[in-house]
Design a protein around this ligand. Structure first.
Ligand code: NI
Length: 417
């Protein structure tokens, strides 16, 4: 899984299984190769212009009204029927192929982050405190690029492509909202993608099995008995208990979960007390747990609960643990991965680089939980830059848009057979 270089393992023309259905990788798909490449090249300037338009007007989760308007406008220009207001601010476009076949969902997210942009770009954010720092502007324009390519090839295409322009990925809520509105009804297979600046533009990545982590959050309120700092024996000190909790929680990963099973337990905030000479009534801890499997996820939660109870028993505090389950791990289906990667390499050559599972979370997990799916990683790193997602200086190499559209169109046609 982690560090696997899949490109070399993928044969060029063979039979692959997607879920229950057999899809043949036929020679005629090669005819599509130059058509896709030509269309991607033609569309690239327009896609970059759209990306810059979206970048200048970033919108937060479930506020993507302007962005959805741009998407709907572009789909209309391409002659693609679309439904707006799906999952509140999402857009669903449908491309019907000329032949019968499976229904493939292609998902790109649209929302921005509450970050003040510091790139100094001519097309930098015009919305104070808002920035496309995770590249979802790139994702929206890339998916529009795939739409433009596949709309032109639709008469020769088998099956149906459903384009999911998803809101609110950053709060891990948009995928569930779109699913609740029927966006996945009748879908056989799904493709997602994310830009990765740690990978140079022109490279792509595929992780077998779990590719992004489950993300759960917790809030612990440690309650004690307040009093004078000079008379600690008359109090029950929640600060000492909170400090012990923080250190004991580190043993979940180091002493309890198997060393070959990835798990992160992070306490990201502590709030307690007011001044130096008062022992307060309570202290609050906020944290997150990231895991790559259901079993480790359950094990970690049980450990956090037990440590809270154990600390209370030891130090006389009373803790309330509020556990907020987030998204499950995003798990790639091996058959879909193999077929999609065969399409990518057929389109672009040996562009796969080794990459590992990420402990970051993706709400595409909600989709991958329901239909066989694969998330393609698209290298977006610009030469000479050392960019990170969610950074106020983040600048992806815009060449990833045209290349990403080309790769995803190739993967989509391979999956549709
Ligand atoms: Ni993102």
């Amino acid at each position: 899984m982690a560090g696997d270089l899949l490109a070399s393992a993928v044969p060029r023309a063979a039979s692959y299984t997607i879920g229950a259905s057999k899809v043949r990788s036929l020679g005629h798909i090669n005819d599509f190769r130059s058509a896709i490449a030509g269309l991607a090249q033609d569309e690239e300037p327009a896609l970059i212009a759209i990306r810059r338009e979206l970048h200048a007007h970033p919108e937060l989760a479930f506020e993507e009204h302007r962005t959805a308007g741009v998407v709907a406008r572009e789909l209309a220009r391409l002659g693609i029927s679309a439904r707006t207001g799906v999952g509140r601010t999402g857009v669903v476009g449908t491309i019907q192929g000329g032949r019968p076949g499976p229904v493939l969902a292609l998902r790109g997210d649209m929302d921005a982050l509450p970050i003040e942009e510091r790139t100094g770009l001519a097309f930098a954010s015009q919305n104070p405190g808002r920035m496309h720092a995770c590249g979802h502007d790139v994702h929206s324009s890339t998916l529009l690029g795939v739409a433009a390519i596949l709309a032109k090839l639709a008469p020769q295409m088998a099956g149906t492509v459903r384009l999911l322009f998803q809101p609110a990925e950053e709060i891990l809520g948009g995928a569930a909202a779109m699913i609740a509105d029927g966006a996945l009804d009748g879908v056989d297979v799904a493709l997602g993608f994310h830009n990765h600046p740690e990978m140079p533009v022109g490279t792509f990545g595929a992780v077998r099995g779990a590719t992004y982590a489950a993300c759960d959050r917790f809030r612990i309120v440690v309650r004690g008995v307040s009093g004078h700092a000079a008379y600690p024996h008359t109090t029950v000190d929640p600060i000492v208990a909170a400090a012990q909790l923080v250190t004991t929680l580190q043993t979940v990963v180091s002493r309890e979960i198997g060393p070959l099973d990835p798990c992160v337990v992070t306490v990201g905030a502590i709030h307690g007390g007011t001044v130096h000479n008062i022992i307060p009534d309570s202290c609050e801890l906020l944290g997150t747990v990231r895991t790559l499997s259901a079993s480790v996820r359950m094990q970690a939660e049980a450990a956090v609960r037990r440590i809270c109870a154990g600390t209370d028993a030891t130090l006389r505090t009373v803790s309330e643990l509020h556990w907020a389950p987030g998204v499950p791990p995003t798990v790639n289906d091996d058959g879909v991965l193999q077929t999609a990667i065969a399409g990518v390499t057929r389109q672009l050559g040996e562009v796969l680089v080794p990459c590992e599972a990420s402990m970051g979370a993706e709400d595409f997990a909600m989709i991958a939980e329901r239909v066989p799916s694969f998330v393609l990683r698209i290298g977006s790193g610009a030469a000479g830059r050392n960019d990170h997602l969610h950074n106020s200086h983040y600048q992806p190499d815009e060449a990833c848009i045209g290349l990403g559209a080309q790769a995803l169109a190739g993967a989509a046609l391979e999956l549709l057979g």
